[in-house]
Design a protein. Structure first.
Lengths: 630, 343
């Protein structure tokens, strides 16, 4: 109890509440009985307040000639005062709400109302000597004059001014206002915008936590399929010994990337193991001997990469097993080759990180900025481009500062974007960074753009200059089910159970998600390992797990305005329920990017994305069937 | 640690918005107008709104109970319907009128079609029109709030409509092309709400405050109110139907009096009965505006908002079907046609 009171006394919110309550109570003083010399109304408090509001209305309706500029200014001030008082009352009441978003609205309400009120009282202080004259000219509006009485008392006037200014400052601090924050927000509002999207609660608690290194586990699991495209074939047998950096799986297929061992030890078996995205898939299991002996292929450094030809660079990138590190894991060498074929003119680095909770890209920028810039230089060299863009959301001011410093006079431009989900989606990012629209069913390279994730660029630098294949990645571990949220540098192949042991998994955890909460995949087993696309590991406790039943659609149109691809999820879901996939085709269901905006925003809690996926699958299958018929 | 985890499709977080919270926001937005009604029309206004709300909730509850449906009273949509229905009555109506209206609105218009989201017309609006056609004299007896009648209204018997000094609404003046509207019902009182009319519709400013709140909370979008009010403003300004007052005054009277503000902000934006596409919403708003002005100009009634919205309600699905937005990176219909003609 005592600690509770002390913690209350330390929180800003407590003082904001206290002072707004003081303002509210003090605003009643002029309506109380002691001051009746002007009003002559004996009723106190509430009824008088209502009557005085009525007199404001009367001021409008009865044609009082407005004598001087002072009285008009005074009148406007009184109206603003009423408005800000109502605002503070709203905010005060909302600040007790259990709902986070309502508390946020309450905070906003108090902030803006306090700003208005401070301005009002500063103006009244300036007008102080003229208040008498102005009041004198109000004539018949007697009750209304009662409010003005208070302005003739200097202690009240000063007290009100000081308190409202204090509330303003405190609530601005509470909201985390900083000058650079405002600057980047203004900057981001100048960037191009894509239609739709939603504002998600970001919850980036780990963004200020430095990357820690997690020691490898005893048993490491390397699934043969860690990317989009063909699965690899194992190059080792059970019983073989492997070393760090040794290539253990590869294939001749074009769309694929090899896989390397990240520990030294013995291959115990090659068998079906739990897989984070495919449920169960063949994998190489290695027992770690903790000697960390390195393979001879490791560290073929090429500090002077400009001497290498494009083909050589691409083959280095392929051999290093680099795939898109954002989550989709498309093999990078394939992307570079198709981009070269299309002769792209714009290179975009995706640092948006629009998924809530995740902060791994943010940490990469802050801690490995040199590697990132080096990677961009290599990419620019490959494409023969002088310029590049880095798209980053405005909610990462630290990272923007670091990038601005690092990219000074290098031809790389940092584009500050709005904090809005899905800002990091390929098509949305291109729209926001260079205002080009990727035609439906086409790739970014069709409009001359190519996008690489921050971590991918850093991995390219490590592969070319330092000679390191993809063996580690940064994983954000967060959520209410984790005791110590953190950013970890994890070796690929480490089982999830190992990571969560290190971070402390709470007993109440009900759901574990790989990736971000908007597009991540929920896990049924903790034996699944970290793969190349694992950007985060989120644990949710019971109260965050969605268990509400969906209600009927109320046709609010929220999904239509939230959809970044400009579709109509409510109608597509309706036709999917009726199994009318031809209608879904007409409604462009195949263009869905499964970002989850519609499900997120739906007030009836309808799982719209699931309907969209079903529709998309069926539409694409129908199309294939028609092609084969022809 | 339990061994079994929930496995579900993404997204794993959802917004805190629910049907209930949306309806709660609408109720909050209607509160200023309700307080205004009490201030202008005495506490009898509160009684009528309360009876209307209670009977709406009761009818929905009973319907679900009798037909063994899932109980949907929790979503507060019946409360919104009740408040809107109450807002659409003069203060002098006998208290059984809102009960009849609620029965029609909830049972016939809302629940028989399948409940919230399935109804083809706005329940509160249909309730109003039903009462308007059945009990015309009760529904068109206006008292003026500012003339002191409001004090007398406190003492009206609850179950009968007694003789009160009725006063004409500004729209009746406009219908009769009577320029004395300027002195009898000044524009400022039409804006504040101290004029004759239904409970909730008189005060334009309080309704606008509620509308701004809804816009801030993203409960409604700007499309329908802007298109609706914009159309009415443009037509009444370009083609004023009356002499003796200026164009601007005529436009202002048309905007601020009658049910236009209530209709444009709260009735036309009803989710179930308005289009979901942005383009469709603008077409819907323009249609409502045109019909409202036509009824006010050429119809038999001085007021046309409710009929206009009702007629447009029936076109909602049709409008939606033909205004499916062009997908991101797709070609609009017109671009396609243009291409074909070029070929």
């Amino acid at each position: 109890m005592k600690t509770k009171i002390i913690s209350q006394l330390k929180s800003r919110r407590f003082y904001i509440r206290l002072m707004s309550a003081a303002i509210l109570i003090m605003s009643f003083i002029p309506f109380c009985n002691p001051i009746t010399e002007y009003g002559g109304v004996q009723n106190s408090s509430l009824i008088t307040v209502m009557k005085s509001m009525g007199s404001v209305i009367q001021y409008f309706s009865t044609e009082i000639p407005r004598f001087s500029a002072y009285s008009n200014v005074l009148f406007i001030m009184v109206i603003l005062l009423y408005v800000s008082l109502i605002g503070i009352l709203f905010g005060f009441l909302l600040s007790f709400s259990h709902d986070e978003s309502y508390r946020g609205h309450g905070q906003n309400s108090i902030l803006y109302s306090a700003a208005v009120m401070t301005v009002v009282f500063i103006v009244l202080c300036i007008l102080y000597f003229n208040i008498n004259i102005a009041m004198y000219r109000f004539g018949s509006v007697a009750v209304y004059r009662k409010l003005l009485i208070i302005f003739r008392m200097p202690p009240f006037l000063i007290l009100f001014t000081v308190i409202s200014a204090a509330v303003l400052v405190l609530s601005a601090l509470e909201r985390g206002f900083s000058l650079s924050d405002i600057k980047y927000r203004i900057k981001s509002s100048l960037a191009h915008r894509f239609k739709g999207g939603v504002h998600v609660p970001y919850n980036k608690v780990t963004s200020k936590m430095a990357i820690e290194t997690l020691p490898p586990a005893k048993i490491m699991v390397y699934p043969l399929s860690q990317h989009i495209g063909a699965a690899c074939d194992s190059l080792v047998k059970a019983g073989d010994t492997v070393k760090i950096g040794q290539k253990i799986a590869d294939t001749d297929a074009f769309v694929s990337a090899p896989i390397h061992a990240t520990v030294s030890g013995k291959v115990t078996k090659i068998d079906y193991m739990p897989h984070p995205t495919l449920n169960s898939a063949p994998a190489i299991v290695v027992e770690n001997d903790f000697e960390d002996s390195e393979h001879e292929s490791l560290k073929k450094t090429h500090a002077d990469y400009k001497a290498l030809s494009t083909e050589e660079l691409i083959s280095i990138i392929r051999e290093a097993g680099i795939t898109g590190m954002g989550g989709a894991s498309f093999p990078t060498h394939v992307k570079i080759q198709s981009a070269l074929k299309d002769n792209i003119d714009t290179l975009i680095i995706n640092a948006a990180e629009c998924e809530p909770y995740l902060s791994n890209d943010n940490r990469v920028i802050l801690e490995n900025c040199d590697e990132l810039i080096g990677g961009i230089d290599i990419l620019r060299h490959i494409f023969g481009l002088k310029n590049a863009y880095i798209g980053i959301e405005a909610n990462k001011p630290q990272a923007i500062k670091v990038l601005n410093k690092a990219t000074h006079k290098t031809g790389i431009r940092v584009v500050v974007l709005r904090a809005k989900y899905p800002q990091g989606g390929e098509k949305q990012l291109i729209k926001a960074v260079c205002n080009r629209t990727v035609p439906s069913g086409k790739l970014p390279s069709n409009v001359g753009c190519s996008i690489f994730n921050v971590d991918t660029a850093a991995a390219i630098y490590r592969a070319v200059v330092l000679g390191l294949p993809v063996m580690r990645r940064i994983v954000t571990v967060a959520g209410s089910g984790v005791e110590k949220p953190c950013n970890l540098n994890v070796r690929l192949g480490t089982p999830f159970s190992n990571i969560l042991e290190a971070c402390g998994l709470k007993e109440q955890t009900k759901k574990i998600v790989m990736g971000g909460p908007m597009m991540g995949i929920s896990q049924y087993s903790l034996d699944a390992p970290v793969i190349k696309g694992t950007s985060g590991l989120l644990c949710f406790t019971e109260n965050e797990v969605e268990s509400e039943k969906d209600a009927a659609c109320i046709r609010c149109g929220g999904c239509v305005s939230a959809c970044p691809m400009n579709l109509t999820p409510n109608y597509i879901a309706m036709h999917t329920k009726l199994r009318d996939f031809e209608a879904c085709e007409k409604l462009n269901a195949a263009d869905c990017i499964e970002c989850g905006c519609c499900s997120f925003t739906c007030p009836a809690k309808i799982p719209l994305v699931q309907y969209m996926r079903l529709a998309k699958q069926n539409v694409i299958e129908n199309r294939k069937r028609q092609v084969t018929k022809k | 640690m339990s061994d079994l985890y929930y496995v579900s499709s993404s997204p794993h977080i959802k917004s805190s918005k629910t049907v209930q919270s949306v309806m709660r926001d609408v109720i909050i937005a209607l509160t200023p107008a309700l307080l205004g009604a009490v201030l202008f029309f005495s506490f009898r206004a509160l009684v009528i709104v309360a009876v209307s709300v209670l009977s709406c909730v009761l009818f929905e509850f009973l319907y679900n109970l009798i037909f063994k449906k899932t109980q949907t009273v929790n979503d507060l949509s019946a409360v919104v319907t009740g408040i809107l229905l109450g807002f659409n009555m003069p203060v002098t109506v006998p208290v059984y009128l809102p009960v009849i209206g609620a029965a029609f609105a909830i049972i016939v218009v809302k629940m028989l079609y399948g409940g919230l989201g399935k109804n083809i017309a706005n329940p509160a609006l249909c309730g109003r029109i039903f009462l308007f056609l059945s009990f015309s004299s009760y529904m068109t007896t206006w008292v003026n709030a500012s003339t002191g009648v409001n004090k007398a209204a406190n003492f009206l018997p609850l179950f009968a409509n007694t003789d009160v000094v009725s006063s004409a609404t500004p729209l009746v003046y406009l219908k009769n092309a009577d320029p004395s509207v300027l002195t009898d019902v000044p524009l400022s009182s039409a804006f504040i709400g101290t004029i004759g009319g239904c409970l909730g519709e008189t005060s334009a400013i309080l309704l606008i405050i509620g509308g701004l709140y809804l816009l801030y909370k993203k409960v409604i979008t700007w499309h329908i109110p802007a298109a609706y009010l914009g159309t009415v403003a443009v037509i009444t300004f370009l083609f004023p139907h009356m002499e003796g007052i200026s164009r601007l005054q005529f436009t202002a009277y048309n905007l601020f009096s009658g049910g236009l503000m209530l209709g444009a902000i709260f009735m036309a934006t009803d989710y179930a009965t308005s289009p979901v596409t942005p383009k469709g919403r603008i077409i819907f708003g323009v249609g409502c505006g045109l019909l409202t002005v036509f009824i006010r100009y050429f119809g038999g009634y001085p007021e046309g908002v409710s009929f206009a919205i009702l007629l447009m309600n029936f076109l909602t699905w049709f409008i939606d079907k033909h205004t499916i937005p062009t997908k991101f990176g797709g070609e609009s219909k017109y671009a396609k046609i243009f291409k074909k003609t070029n070929e």
